[in-house]
Design a protein around this ligand. Sequence first.
Ligand SMILES: Cc1ncc(COP(=O)(O)O)c(C=O)c1O
Length: 487
Amino acid sequence: MIDLNIVNEPLKRSIRRARERNIIIPTFKQMKNPDLIPGRIKKELAGIGLWSIDARNLFRITWKNEPVESGGGFGFVNYIEFPPSLTGVEARIIAPVGKWFPTGAHKVGATFACLVPRLVTGQFDPTTQKAVWPSTGNYCRGGAYDSSLLACESIAILPEEMSRERFEWLSKVAGQVIKTPGSESNVKEIFDKCWELKKTGEDLIIFNQFDEFGNYLWHYEITGHAMEEVLAKEMGPLDRYCGVVLTTGSAGTIGCGDYLKQIFPTSKIAASEALQCPTLLLNGYGAHRIEGIGDKHVPWIHNVKNTDMVMAIDDNAVVNLARLFNEPAGRSFLISKGVPADLVENLDLLGFSGIANLLSAIKFARYYELGRHDVVLSILTDSMELYESRLKEMHEEYGKYTDIHASAHFARYLQGVSTDNLIELRYIERRRIHNLKYYTWVEQQGKTYEEIIEQWYDPDYWTNIQKQVPEIDAFIEEFNRQVGLPE
Ligand SMILES: Cc1ncc(COP(=O)(O)O)c(C=O)c1O
């Protein structure tokens, strides 16, 4: 569970700091329902950019931001539906959009839920400690961003081969940026760096997304509710919600599946990864190009027992579809194939893992032979905005993108999605994946044998975490009250 014990002296300093820096912290309730945000704060937001380093942007940690770059208010969850002309399947594939979070990615919410419970209980002291955000992707960007909004110092750690955009932006936001060897799946090197930092004696708290239950909880509660609202809006009387399909990195996002399965008990949860690094599918390893996912181990916060399917997506499909979706010749081709022009214009809402999510959802729909009344959910975690340099690199390496490329990529990578590299998990296969946690977490990273057993056998292990939201909200409200700024 998330530790909510109060530490008095740091808490007093934290409250004083928030007062001095004009910081008010939103509750989970407000992130779910921005109608509850006080009018005065909404008025202030009208003059603030979506990505600005301004404490009021904490209130924009919600799926419901108006999709504009500055001054936006709040509306319904941002989402899109992919039609059969694009997917090649009849099933309704729907995905909330992450681009309209500050930082352009949904992980800014997960990091909020890791840092804030520690801040409002006094477990993290912003006047003496630094927050360390180890990650291969947007979690580290979100962590550095939230830290600066909350007046906390931060250190971002990420692999040196991540996209140039990530480093450029991080260098402006994080107190310090540390590059570790390798690429997307080199998480062990990041863990090693954390241990190295710990040994320096500097006063640090490491927010490891792979074992921070705030990450799981934010997605369970906030992403889960957002998806529920989308279903309520979209589903007709004959429609059936079949499941959520997501590529996993830290397995935080897939926590929304636990929420949805409680409401729709027959629905499924499918986890996807890169074929070049098939850890869940094959206990495999390897480097791949889908930034943000697939890290050569099973995250501590992954509720594997509740996962119904694992599958893997070829990263060649993802990078080539990124070209099809974004190059002018690719877009014209899609329109000629009957994909609605207004959707084609929005295909840059899919970053690399968003494309992998779409392909995974298609695979799921093909496997279960889903029809037009069947609804499948996924997520567009971030957008092409964060990968422009990758598109340029591909342009330089492979040359101009033509109609012939577009036609081949459409046929092979979209229409050709099949049910290969997929397992519908039996009990014993779930157990096999859960057991893999032992080597990373108990042997290497200090988790206990007792807890790995509880994760599997204790029926209350996951629900006890899920029940912590009201208590965290009460801490946030009390913290704001003591800070005493007018809302
Ligand atoms: C771009 C991108 N896609 C997917 C993910 C995977 O999400 P999760 O770590 O919640 O499994 C991340 C995580 O940071 C990400 O940055």
